[in-house]
Design a protein around this ligand. Structure first.
Ligand code: BTN
Length: 336
């Protein structure tokens, strides 16, 4: 079954789907009830329950209802309504709290048959980042999303998967939400020179087979009252740089759509030129002096974009190019 299509009795999703289709108009309770096949009283009850969960509706006698404002956290009904609008149909679970959405996606992939799935949590108690770091995940106004995929591509391609997904998510935030984010190799998103999003891909592989691939995204939307001290100078939230209120549910649905399309296109491996062009457009490190860390090795150079295999092209002081497969890069002072 298509999970994004409102199910027969998911009245709340059906009502929200109607209201999203008519954002500036009032839709009467009668019309809503008729199109869903329920009474006006049931419509009213559903709207009341949504109002208790952070939605605001404008109601005018003899005209009907209009969605005035959305909750600042992920709501399964609104998320599904946006997914229906975006024609996205990945099976989705939304949880109040979980250890890590990456762990949960892994568990679900192991116990279910579905070819792919996604998990969102309002909070994570053990959110993890790259290189064994913690991903602070207390607030429910941010996005913690993981996809579970069953790839058919070769394991050598795994290292280019996260940069590929990162640049497409970056493009989506720029074009669909008008947010000027950049991509920093290998897979961070940067806003106003600070990190707004990180991604973590985890796979179970053997020599010639990828069993499963979990791709997790953390995206800061609402700034906390106080950032944890170790990231306070480096982290930012989308809400700090946008004037109009952001719809966290619409962004989540757009991430689900972009993630599904990205996985499918990456599997087909027919868009390497487009990948390079997008990277060039959004490359935060382009022509900057950087320090590249690979384990204990540190190399200074100038970042000169990436190759089709997503390796970072680092120009060394002698003019040669060193290609980095994995690692961490930070901006440095110009090399004298
Ligand atoms: C990084 O270090 O930049 C990667 C951070 C990845 C965080 C996300 S939040 C959703 C998913 N679940 C996790 O435990 N981690 C990823």
């Amino acid at each position: 079954m298509d999970k994004a299509t409102p199910q027969r009795h998911d009245v709340a999703t059906e009502i929200l789907t109607h209201l999203l289709k008519n954002p500036n108009d009032f839709v009467s309770g009668n019309e809503l009830g008729k199109s869903i096949g329920i009474s006006r009283v049931s419509v009213w009850n559903a709207l009341k329950s949504l109002s208790e969960n952070g939605f605001k509706f404008q109601a005018i006698k003899n005209k009907g209802y209009r969605l005035e404002s959305e909750p600042t956290h992920v709501n399964i009904h609104l998320l599904k309504a946006y997914m229906a609008e975006f024609k996205t149909s990945i099976p989705i679970t939304v949880l109040e709290e979980i250890d890590s959405t990456n762990s949960e996606a892994q568990r679900q992939l192991a116990s279910k048959d579905s070819p792919s799935l996604a998990v969102i949590a309002l909070r994570q108690t053990k959110g993890r980042g790259r290189h064994g770091r913690t991903w602070h995940s207390q607030s429910s106004g941010n996005l913690y999303i993981s996809f579970g995929f069953r790839p058919t591509f070769r394991s050598e391609l795994l290292s280019s998967f996260t940069p590929y997904m990162a640049v497409h998510l970056c493009h989506m935030l720029n074009t669909e939400f008008n947010i000027p984010v950049f991509v920093k190799w290998p897979n961070d998103l940067i806003l106003a020179d600070k990190k707004v999003s990180g991604m973590l891909a985890e796979a179970r592989i053997d020599i010639d087979h990828i069993y499963d691939l979990i791709f997790g995204i953390g995206l800061n939307i609402t700034p906390p009252q106080e950032w944890p001290s170790e990231i306070k100078d480096k982290a930012i939230a989308l809400g700090q740089k946008t004037k109009a209120p952001l719809s966290i549910n619409k962004i989540a649905a757009a991430i689900l759509k972009t993630g599904c399309a990205g996985f499918s296109n990456f599997t087909k491996q027919n868009s390497s030129q487009e990948f390079l062009q997008l990277w060039e457009k959004y490359d935060f490190l382009k022509d900057k002096n950087v320090q590249a860390y690979e384990g204990n090795d540190v190399t200074a150079g100038i970042a000169r974009g990436i190759s089709t295999d997503a390796t970072l092209r680092l120009e060394l002081p002698d003019g040669t190019i060193k290609k980095l497969v994995a690692g961490e890069v930070s901006l440095s002072k110009p090399i004298k």
